[in-house]
Ligand binder design. Structure first.
Ligand code: NAP
Ligand code: ZN
Ligand code: ZN
Length: 347
């Protein structure tokens, strides 16, 4: 029996639950979870904002902790190792997406919560819990110092979700990169794009984040409600990564792209954005794209890149029983910049 925190219906708060984890099979790693980040996706899922939430719902896919048991065929981990688990706990392991290390795009990808599994209760339960059992393929090595562990947790989703599009669309020296929305994902996007050597412009709706965004690594900050500030950046960006969790006007950002520039959407609002103006795309051969988390090899690459560059998330630690309040604060943009649950508060 494992203590977890989750909810039983979309309109009920999260509370203490007792769940079962499978005994580790030959390829499995059991992890005692030390910390779990709180992603806006957890809120979307638990509160039924996305279709298809299965209850009980135990969210959490920014998991860090220590290996407490390994199956007989496990080769890459041993008891005591510091490890992480992100948004993926299984995939088919033989399609071309899996062969390319892009398990995140496998048709049979199993999410860390709300995914299909033979384990009770028939869908996966996430990291707001004391332990988790995961096939070793989906477990990541953590090379940061142990005292940074809590602040490493958000790299497992917020980190990889911004790292992957920055790499795919070649953020780096000589490139002007925008990051829209300075929340959990956005603040990681700023740090990562800065470390990759790009010229980074942060877009925020919150005047109060103007100075802090510079400390995170932004070269410039634009308050997106200010049309004069926006106009000063017309036709200048190679890439804009948009993390906003609510529907909004995409044209305001499309017109800031250079010819051939790309606006990549990673924010996943519950209802669609208003349709953008086609002329803003065809006149300058611009693209709107999407990107979902990242594959397992790239997640390891991102963790190693962050360890090398001294990058962790800016976090506010909470107890598990504070998560409902944390969700409400996240909706108001009142988080700097990621809540992380201290899982020892579950016991
Ligand atoms: P978050 O911490 O709540 O940050 C979102 C930020 O967007 C806010 O801090 C705010 O920043 C801005 N924002 C919020 N509402 C806005 C509005 N109405 N208009 C303009 N800006 C607004 O959320 P998160 O954890 O970073 O997640 C962001 C989104 O990405 C969620 O929808 C989540 O589900 C999704 N997500 C997607 C993937 C993927 O694989 N694609 C992975 C993880 C998460 P400012 O105050 O700076 O404006
Ligand atoms: Zn997430
Ligand atoms: Zn596959």
């Amino acid at each position: 029996m494992t203590i977890a925190f989750g909810n039983l219906a979309f309109d009920e708060p999260l509370k203490r639950l007792e769940i079962e984890r499978r005994q580790p099979g030959p390829d499995d790693v059991r992890i005692d979870i030390a910390y779990c980040g709180v992603c806006h996706s957890d809120l979307h899922q638990a509160r039924g904002e996305w279709a298809g939430t299965l209850y009980p719902c135990v969210p959490g896919h920014e998991i860090v902790g220590r290996v407490s048991a390994v199956g007989g065929a496990v080769t890459r981990f041993k008891t005591g190792d510091l490890v992480g688990v992100g948004c993926i706990v299984d995939s088919c392991r033989h399609c071309y997406q899996c062969d390319d290390g892009l398990e995140n795009y496998c048709d049979h990808m199993v999410g860390t919560y709300n995914g299909p599994t033979p384990d009770a209760p028939g869908h996966t339960l996430g990291g707001y819990s004391q332990t988790i059992v995961v096939h070793e393929h989906y477990v990541l090595h953590i090379k940061h110092d142990e005292d940074q562990l809590a602040a490493v947790a958000p790299l497992l989703c917020a980190g990889i979700t911004t790292y992957s599009p920055l790499r795919h669309w070649n953020a780096g020296p000589g490139k002007k990169v925008g990051i829209v929305g300075i929340g959990g994902l956005g603040h990681m996007g700023i740090k990562l794009a800065h470390a990759m050597g790009a010229h980074v412009v942060a877009f925020t709706t919150s005047d109060s984040k103007r100075e802090e965004a510079k400390q995170l690594g932004a070269d410039e900050v634009v308050v997106s409600r200010n049309s004069a500030e926006m106009a000063a950046h017309r036709q200048s960006f190679d890439l804009i990564v948009n993390t906003v969790a609510a529907p909004h006007d995409l044209d305001a950002f499309l017109v800031l792209l250079k010819r051939d520039g790309t606006l990549t959407l990673v924010g996943a609002p519950a209802t669609p954005h208003p349709s953008p103006n086609v002329f803003n795309l065809i006149m300058k051969r611009r693209s709107i794209a999407g990107s979902m988390i990242g594959g397992i090899p790239e997640t390891q690459e991102m963790l190693d890149f962050c360890a090398e560059h001294g990058i962790v998330a800016d976090i506010e630690m909470i107890r598990a029983d504070e998560v409902n309040e944390a969700y409400d604060r996240m909706l108001k943009g009142d988080v700097k910049y990621r809540f992380v649950i201290d899982n020892s508060s579950l016991s």
